[in-house]
Every structure is written in structure tokens, then in C-alpha cells.
Design a protein around this ligand. Structure first.
Ligand SMILES: NC(=O)c1ccc[n+]([C@@H]2O[C@H](COP(=O)([O-])OP(=O)(O)OC[C@H]3O[C@@H](n4cnc5c(N)ncnc54)[C@H](OP(=O)(O)O)[C@@H]3O)[C@@H](O)[C@H]2O)c1
Length: 248
């Protein structure tokens, strides 16, 4: 069983992971994704087959650093999202903030289990947030407003720039987007992605899985700010080129 080491920009054994991923600014959107070495964003429909021990640790830590975890409804449904649970290791990075970040779900039609744990088990200080559209059925929106914090951010589609503004308005500026690929593509196309935390899994997957961005084409030049490694997994931290002065 290995330990994490930094291999870029300088070599270091067992670096401070929380410091390695500190948010450079209060308004910042980080995508966190795992992909196989050939670029697949899932194996047999889930990200679990791509992940490993260190990836899970860093995934958890990134949640601990964030004000809010943003995800598309398909990811929430497929991965069985529940509210984040407090961890001892989050105590220091979350000082002055609630013990866990809320989960914010983007959905057009509100086809979510509003009676499920994501809604019923969220603590009052971290109620799940639903970001939806005027197109969602009125009765579903009313129910969502009862069970969650409801944001309506578009007529037929959620406008992700508006959604990000609304989250910032709630004091949730450090946004961790955990995918999936369809949400990611829209965020990138809207120029909203400040950072990509990409785990490259030592695995070839083939098949027809999407890449980590799926949908509208865009072009976001990145700077490679940091690479960590453990057990053959690479943890790459890319910053949008305009932000490379914030590499830290
Ligand atoms: N490799 C990784 O790190 C990783 C991370 C996350 C997920 N995944 C995998 O990715 C897959 C899911 O990702 P995905 O790309 O298919 O879907 P996704 O991005 O998670 O969610 C797509 C859904 O989000 C809602 N949505 C997206 N854009 C919207 C907009 N502009 N306005 C309103 N609603 C919008 C819609 O929900 P409604 O249908 O409810 O309207 C849509 O069906 C799963 O297999 C999951 O395991 C992998």
C-alpha cells in the first residue's frame, strides 16, 4: 500500500493534501473527475470501477474543502447520492463553515426521489439544493421547495451561469462539481470551469463510455499546476490558463 507523493511541480513525499488543493479564491469552480487511461468516464455505468484508495481519499477531501457539491441529476441517480457526512479530517478546513457542504442537483424535470435520503437525511444547515427550470412540473417544484432549497434558473434548461451566481448568492462560492460529463461540458462551454482535478486511473476500459466532458464542444486551455501519484493513479490539477498565477 503506497502513500501519495507529489511528482510535479517538485518532488515531495507525503505532501499536505489539503494544502495541495486549497481553493485559490472564494469564487472558484473545480471539476473533480476520474477517467481511465483511455479516457472513459465510467465502467459498466459507474465511476466506482475507475476509483482506488487514494482517489476516494482525495475525493472526500475535496468535498471537505468545498462550500457546495454540484452534480447533474443523472450522476445523483446513478451513483445514489446521499448527503455528505462530517469527517474528522474536515474539521480544520471547514472551520467557520457548516460541518458538511450541501449537495446541489441540476435537473430539468425534477425526476428525483424527493422522499429519499438525499432529501430526508440532509442536516438543516446543509439542506440539499435543487436547481431546476420553469419546465419542471409545478407540483414537483412545490414538493422540492418543501424538501430542499429550490433554485429556478432557466425556462427550459438550467442556465449554469445563473445557477453559479445563485449559489454564490447563498454564500456558496467554492463550488466542487462532481460531474457528470453532460453538466461538465456545459460548464466548460459557459467559461465557468476554473480548475479540473482529474484522476487518471491505471486502466484501459474501451467500450462506449463518455469522456469527462460530453456534449457541446468548447476550448478551455489549461495549465498543469500539480501532479500527485499513488499506486499508479495520477492526480492532476489543471487550472484554466487565465488562472495559472493562482497555482500556489
Ligand atoms: N468519472 C467520473 O468521475 C464521474 C463523475 C460523475 C458521474 N460519472 C458517471 O457519469 C454518468 C452520468 O453523467 P451524465 O453526463 O450522463 O449526466 P449528468 O451530467 O450527471 O446529468 C445529466 C442530467 O442533468 C440534468 N441536466 C443537465 N444539464 C441540464 C441543464 N442545462 N438544465 C437542466 N437540467 C440539466 C438533466 O437531469 P434530468 O434528467 O433530471 O432533467 C440531465 O439528464 C454516470 O454513468 C456516472 O456514473 C462519472
Amino acid at each position: 500500500m503506497g502513500t501519495v507523493r507529489r511528482i510535479h511541480p517538485h518532488a515531495e513525499d507525503d505532501p499536505d493534501i489539503a494544502a495541495a488543493y486549497a481553493y485559490p479564491r472564494d469564487h472558484w469552480l473545480r471539476l473533480n473527475m476520474v477517467a481511465s487511461a483511455d479516457g472513459a468516464a465510467w465502467v459498466e455505468g459507474h465511476s466506482e470501477g475507475l476509483s482506488g484508495r487514494a482517489d476516494k481519499r482525495i475525493f472526500g477531501l475535496l468535498r471537505g474543502l468545498a462550500d457546495v457539491v454540484l452534480a447533474g441529476a443523472a450522476t445523483v441517480r446513478t451513483e445514489g447520492y446521499r448527503p455528505a457526512r462530517p469527517r474528522e479530517s474536515w474539521r480544520a478546513p471547514r472551520e467557520g463553515r457548516p460541518p458538511v457542504p450541501p449537495i446541489a442537483v441540476v435537473t430539468r424535470l425534477l425526476d428525483l426521489d424527493l422522499g429519499g435520503p438525499l432529501f430526508t437525511e440532509a442536516e438543516p444547515y446543509a439542506r440539499t439544493i435543487v436547481i431546476t427550470t420553469e419546465a419542471a412540473p409545478k407540483d414537483r417544484r412545490d414538493e422540492a421547495a418543501d424538501k430542499a432549497v429550490l433554485i429556478v434558473a432557466g425556462d427550459d434548461r438550467v442556465d449554469l451561469a445563473t445557477a453559479v451566481e445563485e449559489l454564490r448568492g447563498l454564500g456558496l462560492g467554492r463550488i466542487l462539481c462532481e460531474g457528470g460529463p453532460r453538466i461538465n461540458a456545459q460548464l466548460a462551454a459557459a467559461g465557468l470551469v476554473d480548475e479540473l482535478a482529474l484522476t487518471v486511473s491505471p486502466l484501459l476500459a474501451g467500450g462506449d463510455a463518455a469522456r469527462i466532458l460530453d456534449g457541446v464542444a468548447s476550448r478551455t486551455p489549461l495549465t498543469l499546476a500539480q501532479v500527485l501519484e499513488e499506486d499508479g493513479f495520477l492526480f492532476c490539477r489543471y487550472l484554466r490558463e487565465a488562472h495559472d498565477e493562482a497555482a500556489g
